[in-house]
Design a protein around this ligand. Structure first.
Ligand SMILES: NC(=O)c1ccc[n+]([C@@H]2O[C@H](COP(=O)([O-])OP(=O)(O)OC[C@H]3O[C@@H](n4cnc5c(N)ncnc54)[C@H](OP(=O)(O)O)[C@@H]3O)[C@@H](O)[C@H]2O)c1
Length: 257
């Protein structure tokens, strides 16, 4: 089992939940070695053997290198959790090409490259689970999140197409659409404040809902579930949804002015 972005938040929550559920070997990675080591210690205390890799997905080629290290170190990866990601809350007029490239590299290209590198050994065993952490931003056209939302939409659509291609094999893909989960994602510098004030769920709640979806062989899960209703509402009336969102943003800005 390999969890990316396990130094904090949802990824750390996944690693610990898997260790608590009895996973014997867990691979984890991120950039912050100290925080990754803390996650590793908590998993070891629960009885798991833990492999740690320092990885920066902003660098092309790191996903493939991680795949090689994980296969060498663990002998195989049965469950892959593509969780690492960065936000980028910024108005489109303040978004430059370099920002789009970086967000796309970390949130979309790296998880897909990692998936493609680990897929053959899953297919060889005819067994494997790929859990791709997208975002409700992917389906709700979140204001001020063009690069981020598009990277997550790309990850989600790739995952869905892969599900169809792999149908009938033992490899299954689950797309996770978190709403607002209480993590460090909202205090990362160089991001605008959130437009909407939405009640956050805990990491434990989010992870529990994903594990339940995994047990049910679900293809997607929204955490919390009611965000799916918003996505359906948008799909039924895209024009109305976009106009309503723009109006809401303007009202929020006027209230703050
Ligand atoms: N929290 C929410 O409400 C929410 C909502 C929707 C989707 N999500 C998604 O959930 C996932 C986890 O986010 P979180 O909320 O748990 O936030 P978080 O605590 O900031 O976790 C993000 C993780 O990604 C890793 N990461 C970031 N940039 C990286 C890079 N260049 N290379 C390697 N690892 C990198 C971070 O580790 P290092 O900094 O140590 O590298 C960290 O472990 C993300 O994909 C995020 O987009 C979260």
């Amino acid at each position: 089992m390999l969890v990316t972005g396990a130094s904090s938040g949802i990824g750390a929550g996944f690693a610990e939940a898997f260790a608590r559920a009895g996973a014997s070997t867990i691979g984890i990675c991120a950039r912050r070695a100290d925080r990754l080591a803390e996650t590793a210690e908590r998993c070891r205390a629960l009885g798991a053997t833990v492999h740690e890799w320092i990885v920066d997905f902003a660098e092309p080629g790191q996903a493939e290198e991680l795949a090689r290290n994980a296969l060498d170190g663990m002998g195989g990866v049965d469950i892959l959790v593509n969780n690492a990601g960065i936000p980028k809350r910024r108005h489109v007029t303040a978004t430059d090409s370099a920002t789009v490239d970086r967000v796309t590299q970390i949130n979309y290209l790296a998880p897909i490259h990692l998936t493609l590198a680990l897929l053959p050994q899953m297919l060889e065993r005819d067994a494997g689970r790929i859990i791709n952490v997208a975002s409700v931003a992917a389906t709700l056209s979140s204001p001020g999140e063009t690069a981020y939302a598009a990277s997550k939409a790309a990850l989600a659509v790739f995952s869905e197409c892969m599900t169809v291609d792999l149908w009938g094999t033992g490899v299954k893909v689950l797309v996770v659409y978190p709403g607002i989960v209480d993590t460090e994602l909202f205090s990362i510098p160089d991001n605008d404040p959130l437009v909407a004030e939405v009640e956050a769920i805990t990491v434990d709640d989010c992870v529990a809902q994903v594990l339940d979806a995994l047990d049910r062989d679900a293809l997607e899960v929204y955490t919390p579930a009611h965000f799916k209703d918003f996505a359906v509402g948008k799909a039924n009336n895209v024009e109305g949804f976009l106009a309503g969102t723009a109006q809401y943003v303007q009202q929020q800005q006027a209230a703050k002015a």
